[in-house]
Ligand binder design. Structure first.
Ligand SMILES: NC(=O)c1ccc[n+]([C@@H]2O[C@H](COP(=O)([O-])OP(=O)(O)OC[C@H]3O[C@@H](n4cnc5c(N)ncnc54)[C@H](O)[C@@H]3O)[C@@H](O)[C@H]2O)c1
Length: 471
C-alpha cells in the first residue's frame, strides 16, 4: 500500500520563476564586415569576449553567428584550447556546442589568453568574468580587476568596453573607467566608450533568453550608450533598451535579482506558517497567483548559485540601511536549520542516522556548486551526527566527496533512514524505494516529490507541505 499526496492543479505557469517569454525570430540581414566598426546599422566588426565561461562562451557564439569576428579570452588554457578546436567546454547548455562549432567553422571564433592583444585588435570588448563575495560578504573583485588591467593596454581610439558582469552601483564609472582611461591615456565617452549592460540569462535557456529578454544598456555618457546600443542591436534579436546612465542599468540588475531573493524569503516565511497551521503552501501560492498581480515564488531549502544569494550583498555593501534585503538573506539561509529541526523531530535526533542527500548542485541541470545550499545542509547534518551520503546526476564521486558526503551510486542498496532532496531533478521521481529498506522519512526540500507514492511506513515532509505518514 502507498500514500499519495494531492497533485497540483493546472495553473503551474503562474508559479514564480517559471514564466516563459517567447523568443523573437532573427531579423538580421547578413552584416557587412567593416574595419573599424563605428556603430553603423548592418555592419559588424571585431569583438573580444573576456571570460569564456557559462555566460561568456554563449555570448561569443551569438556574436560570431551574427557576423562579428570574435576573440574569446580566458585565463584557463584548457578553455582556450577547446574553443580553438571548435569545442564548447560548457557541456550542459542546449545549443551551445553547435553554436560554437558553426562559429568556429565559419572562421569567426578564435580564443586566446592574451586580453591586451585581443582588445587591441577589437572594436568592442565585452567583459563577463565573475565578481563574487569575499569572506566578509563584500564584492571580490580579483577576477574583474585582473581582466580590466589586462585589457586596458589594448584600449584604443574608438574602443567600446561593455561590462556584463553584475556590479555594485557606480563601479562601471568610478572603479573601472578611470583605470581604462589612465592606462590608455584616452578621454572616456569621447575617445573611447564604456557601458554597463547586465547579463540576465538563465543557465540552460541562454539562447532562448538572448532572443527574448530585453537588453538593458547604460553608458557612462550618451555617446557610450549610443555605441553600446548599436552593438547589441547588431547581435541580439531581443529589444535593446537604452538607459539614462550606467548606474541605472547596474541598479536594475540588482533590483531584479534582489526582488527574487526577497520574494523567495516571503514564500519561505509563508511556508513556515503553513506548517504551523496545517495548510499546504503549494495550494496557497498557486491560488494566490491566480490574481495577476501576485507572483509569489517557491519556498525551499534556500537560494543557491552565484547570482541570487550574492547580489543582495552587492546592494548591502553600499546601502546597509536596506533592512528588508538583509533580513531576506537571513530568512533564506535559515531554511537549512528549519529542515534539520524537522528531521530531528521526525527521527528523534540525527545522531548516527544515515541520511542520503539528493542533488548537490545549486539547481537541477546546472553543473555549478557555487553557494549551493547542499554544502551547509551536509555540514549541518554531519554536525548533528548524521552519516551523510549523497548523489547528483551531474557530479563525479570526487566532486561529491569534496562536498563532505560519501558518494552513493544510483541503484545500489542504501541504509539511509532519511532522503533529503536539495534540487528538483526529475530523476528523483524514478527512485525505487526497494533500494532503501530502512527508509523512514523523505524530506522534500523543493516540494517536487509531493505526489510520489511512498512505501508503507515512510513519512513525507515538504517545505510548508503537510507531513504525511505512508500507509
Ligand atoms: N551563470 C549564470 O547563471 C549567470 C547568469 C546571469 C549573469 N551571470 C553573470 O556572468 C558572470 C560570469 O558567470 P559565468 O557563469 O559565465 O562564470 P564562469 O565561472 O562559468 O566563467 C567565468 C570565466 O571567466 C574566466 N576568467 C576569470 N578571470 C578572468 C580574467 N581575469 N580574464 C579572463 N578570463 C577570466 C574563467 O576562467 C571562466 O572561464 C557572473 O559573475 C554574473 O555576473 C551569470
Amino acid at each position: 500500500m502507498t500514500a499519495t499526496r494531492p497533485r497540483l492543479g493546472g495553473a503551474s505557469n503562474m508559479l514564480g520563476g517559471s514564466i516563459e517569454v517567447a523568443p523573437n525570430a532573427c531579423h538580421h540581414a547578413p552584416a557587412l564586415s567593416v574595419k573599424p566598426w563605428r556603430g553603423v546599422p548592418g555592419t559588424a566588426g571585431r569583438v573580444a569576449v573576456v571570460g569564456a565561461g557559462k555566460m561568456g562562451l554563449p555570448l561569443a557564439a551569438q556574436f560570431a553567428n551574427h557576423g562579428w569576428h570574435v576573440t574569446a579570452v580566458d585565463v584557463q588554457e584548457h578553455v582556450v584550447a577547446a574553443i580553438n578546436e571548435g569545442r564548447s567546454h560548457v557541456t550542459e547548455e542546449p545549443g551551445l556546442a553547435e553554436a560554437v562549432r558553426s562559429a568556429w567553422a565559419a572562421g569567426r571564433l578564435t580564443a586566446t589568453t592574451d586580453a591586451g592583444a585581443a582588445a587591441a585588435t577589437s572594436d568592442v570588448v565585452v567583459i563577463i568574468v565573475p565578481v563574487m563575495l569575499d569572506d566578509e560578504q563584500q564584492p571580490d573583485y580579483r577576477s574583474m580587476d585582473g581582466a580590466v588591467d589586462a585589457v586596458a593596454p589594448g584600449i584604443h581610439e574608438g574602443s567600446l568596453v561593455v561590462f556584463e558582469t553584475t556590479l555594485p552601483v557606480g563601479d562601471t564609472r568610478n572603479r573601472f573607467t578611470p583605470r581604462l582611461a589612465e592606462v590608455s591615456g584616452l578621454e572616456p565617452d569621447r575617445a573611447f566608450f564604456v557601458a554597463f549592460s547586465p547579463e540576465r540569462l538563465y543557465s540552460g535557456a541562454v539562447f532562448r533568453n538572448l532572443a527574448a529578454y530585453p537588453k538593458l544598456v547604460g553608458g557612462i555618457g550618451a555617446a557610450s550608450t549610443d555605441r553600446a546600443v548599436a552593438f547589441y542591436a547588431s547581435v541580439l534579436d531581443a529589444e535593446v533598451i537604452p538607459m539614462s546612465a550606467a548606474e541605472a542599468a547596474e541598479f536594475a540588475k540588482l533590483a531584479d535579482t534582489t526582488y527574487r531573493d526577497v520574494n523567495i524569503a516571503l514564500a519561505n516565511e509563508f511556508a513556515r506558517y503553513a506548517d504551523r497551521v496545517g495548510v499546504d503552501i503549494q495550494e496557497v501560492i498557486e491560488a494566490a497567483n491566480t490574481q495577476p498581480y501576485s507572483h509569489i515564488h517557491q519556498p525551499g531549502l534556500g537560494v543557491g548559485g552565484h547570482c541570487i544569494p550574492v547580489y543582495p550583498h552587492f546592494l548591502l555593501s553600499r546601502a546597509p540601511e536596506m533592512e528588508l534585503v538583509g533580513l531576506s538573506r537571513r530568512v533564506n539561509d535559515g531554511q537549512i536549520g528549519i529542515a534539520i529541526r524537522a528531521m530531528q523531530r521526525a527521527l528523534g535526533g540525527l545522531d548516527g542516522v544515515p541520511v542520503l542527500v539528493l542533488g548537490l548542485t545549486y539547481r537541477e541541470g546546472v553543473h555549478e556548486l557555487a553557494y549551493s545550499r547542499a554544502l551547509p545542509l551536509i555540514e549541518r547534518l554531519a554536525f548533528h551526527g548524521a552519516t551523510v551520503t549523497a548523489w547528483d546526476p551531474l557530479l563525479t564521486d570526487d566532486e561529491i566527496a569534496r562536498s563532505g558526503a560519501r558518494p552513493w551510486s544510483w541503484g545500489s542498496p542504501s541504509d539511509a533512514r532519511v532522503i533529503v532532496t536539495q534540487t528538483a531533478d526529475a530523476r528523483f521521481r524514478d527512485l525505487d524505494f526497494r533500494w532503501f529498506p530502512e527508509l523512514e522519512l523523505v524530506f522534500d526540500g523543493r516540494n517536487s516529490l509531493r505526489d510520489v507514492a511512498l512505501p508503507v511506513g515512510v513519512a513525507y515532509h515538504g517545505v510548508g507541505v503537510q507531513a504525511t505518514a505512508g500507509s
